[in-house]
Design a protein around this ligand. Structure first.
Ligand code: GLC
Length: 674
């Protein structure tokens, strides 16, 4: 059951589909002690677990720390980080009383999950109203946890489903500067016999970092390039940034300026801040007319044969504002000629870096906002900050739907809030080549699934800092299972394409597992998207009364039958795994799957560096396809099986139709058919 309680003047966030009438009573879980700012307290039982909050640091159990929904360009991700790129305000409290809560609001909101007071969960809103949803389980055959997520996912609408090729591997790097670079990456992948479905283009493909342009010196014939690569089953996926360069004669800027499509200051003039191209202005994606316009701009690239995009810097990231910069220079000058002591020296050195993504800059401009009661009004940006990136995704998703009504397009974004999950996926931003960030992805991804973001994944190998061969390999072994599987890194780091390393056969073998599983992964993904079930979930969701399973933080259930337990420590011989029931262990090594029965309980499992170990629930069958160099070449008429079940219902379609339904697209595979 879902109840809605409404507090204050609520902005239309587009998170929820359909309407639930506001309840006039009080929530039966916890207490709302203030409407404005919103304040809710819940006394937690000693063993209660707090799940959810989507893209955030720390464990699957969020208890014991404080998190802030405030979409942030955050490349410094560590245990103290309270905000990342997404604002995913859904939590599931599992324990003495099990229920879900969703705080539908457009601005900053803080979740204190027993940090200030270990027994109290406190949620504090800010300037804007909040629609507070409370969800209780009603499953007969499922756990309360699964039922709550399912109901929540129905409330927020069906998750985005990309084309099937997007489940193939994507190679990316901020640093492929020219057509030659891109062709070389493709050639080396093909020479190495490692599958590849896409190459991402980072900002260097653009002319002067101007969206929807191509630099003709670096990419003289993008159309030809796209066509040549497509003939090999490889797609180009260019980046689009939120900021539009202020440049006379640049058509996107000129159109935006003529029609007043950019966010404005109080006096109605367009707001300016610096990003990659220097001084830029920011489309007001909250305005439907602006969304239509921006969405239509993708045609400049779809007309060249491009079928996928990643949207970036849409928190929006701002390096500086005119105002912030002026103030900083003024302050820096005051230090000139002074004897800098312990305090003034550090104050001085921090000044130049202080212009970046400043809260006061987000208070200097306005968006045209739709209110829940139907009115439209100008709101200061900080009131609706968390909607900005999501509405860029909406603009792109709706635009691409119009440009390509019959074929799905690939789209993923950096900033997001719930609602954006219907239009695109997300990648989890600028992580670092650290083992801890591999573990962080394992812990974050089920929370993203709870919030509707099924098509998601982290930069494999790590974005920032120099990686190592073993980290890339172990991360890829986990990436085998994530719907978005992309290796991406920053320009100033050690190269991390698989062909850079010795014993390339290890990478080939692991990647072949991805392609062998791809029809199954696609099938499980589509079923999860259509049903509201989770593709990835914590063990406790299927084994709620198993106290050990409830505390497992580094294993995941995947779809109907898999349990995965990635290795995330350097030099590890293997790892401890807790199995909540008897299962079949599969070890994939050198392109072969070997199975053996394992009983419920704790095990130390040896996992050689070039192997992937995972588990299948008894009574299930998992189809394996013969790997191919790209997903379009996979032959699903010839499948082998692992597991001891007798059948599997494989969802299959043409890979691009927009009209996705299970009926007519399920093929019942039986073991006899092998
Ligand atoms: C941002 C993105 C990163 C990208 C870079 C350059 O930092 O998060 O993925 O490579 O910008 O466009």
């Amino acid at each position: 059951m879902i109840q809605r309680f409404s507090y204050g003047a609520v902005v239309e966030t587009n998170a929820v589909v359909g309407t639930i009438k506001p309840d006039t009573g009080v929530p039966s879980f916890g207490t709302v002690t203030s409407d404005s700012p919103f304040l809710w307290n819940y006394p937690m039982g000693p063993d209660d677990i707090v799940y959810g909050l989507g893209e955030n640091m720390r464990g699957m159990n969020k208890r014991g720390f404080r998190y802030v929904s405030w979409c942030s360009d955050q490349s410094n991700q560590n245990e103290s980080t309270e905000s990342l790129y997404g604002a995913h305000n859904f939590m599931l409290i599992s324990g003495e009383r099990t229920f879900g809560v969703f705080f539908d609001t457009s601005s900053r909101i803080t979740f204190d999950a027993g940090w200030t007071n270990p027994d109290t969960l406190t949620v504090t809103g800010s300037s804007t109203g909040v629609d507070f949803y409370v969800i209780t389980g009603e499953g007969k055959n499922t756990s309360a946890e699964v039922s709550i997520v399912c109901q929540f996912r129905k409330l927020i609408g069906q998750s985005y489903i990309p084309p099937r090729w997007a489940f193939g591997f994507q190679q990316s790097r901020w640093g492929y500067r020219t057509e030659k670079d891109v062709r070389e990456v493709v050639r080396k992948f093909r020479e190495a016999g490692i599958p590849l479905d896409a190459v991402c283009l980072d900002i260097d493909y653009m002319q002067d970092y101007e969206d929807f342009t191509v630099d003709p010196r670096k990419f003289p014939n993008m159309k030809q390039l796209a066509e040549d690569l497509k003939a090999e089953g490889i797609h180009l996926v260019p980046i689009i940034d939120a900021g539009i360069k202020i440049q006379k004669g640049y058509s996107v800027y000129e159109e935006g300026r003529t029609h007043n499509y950019f966010c404005t200051k109080k006096d109605g003039t367009a707001y300016t801040a610096g990003v990659w191209p220097g001084r830029s202005q920011f489309p007001d994606f909250l305005n439907p007319e602006v969304r239509d316009w921006f969405g239509s701009k993708y045609e400049s690239l779809t007309s060249l044969g491009i079928e996928g995009f990643w949207n970036d810097m849409n928190e929006p990231a701002m390096f500086y504002s005119d105002e912030g910069l002026a103030e900083t220079f003024r302050k820096i000058k005051t230090f000139e000629g002074k004897n800098l002591d312990i305090n003034s020296f550090f104050e001085f050195t921090s000044l130049a870096g202080s212009t970046f993504n400043r809260t006061d800059d987000y208070e200097r401009f306005y968006n045209r906002v739709q209110m829940k009661d139907g009115r439209t009004e100008m709101q200061r940006h900080d009131n609706v900050h968390n909607l900005y990136g999501a509405h860029m995704t909406r603009a792109s998703g709706e635009g691409l739907q119009k440009l390509s009504p019959d074929r799905r397009m690939l789209l993923y974004s950096r900033a997001s809030c719930i609602g954006a999950h219907r239009y695109g996926g997300i990648w989890t931003g600028d992580n670092t080549s650290w083992w801890g960030h591999l573990k962080q992805e394992v812990q974050m991804i089920p929370a993203l699934n709870m919030c509707g973001f099924l098509y998601s994944g982290a930069d494999i190998g790590g974005f920032g800092s120099d990686t190592s061969r073993d980290l890339v390999l172990r991360w890829t072994e986990f990436g085998v299972f994530t719907p978005l599987m992309r290796n991406h890194s920053a320009w100033n780091t050690r190269r991390q394409e698989y062909y850079q390393y010795d014993h390339i056969e290890d990478f080939r073998s692991v990647m072949n597992l991805r392609y062998a599983l791809l029809p199954f992964i696609y099938s499980e993904f589509v079923k999860s998207a259509l049903s509201g079930l989770m593709y990835f979930r914590p063990l406790s969701f299927d084994f709620p009364s198993d106290e050990r399973a409830r505390r497992v933080e580094d294993e995941l259930l995947l779809g109907e039958s898999l349990l995965i337990a990635p290795v995330y420590e350097q030099n590890a011989l293997g790892r401890y795994v807790y199995l909540p029931e008897d299962m079949i262990q599969v070890i994939w090594q050198n392109g072969q799957a070997v199975q053996q029965d394992v009983v419920k309980g704790d095990h130390f499992i040896c996992v050689p560096l070039n192997a992937v170990v995972f588990f299948i629930k008894h009574g299930h069958l998992v189809p394996l396809c013969r790997p191919a160099l790209s997903s379009d070449k996979l032959d699903t008429s010839d499948l082998a099986f692992i597991g001891d079940g007798t059948s599997y219902e494989l969802y299959e379609d043409d890979g691009f139709t927009r009209n996705i339904k299970l009926e007519g697209n399920i093929r019942k595979l039986t073991k006899q058919a092998v």
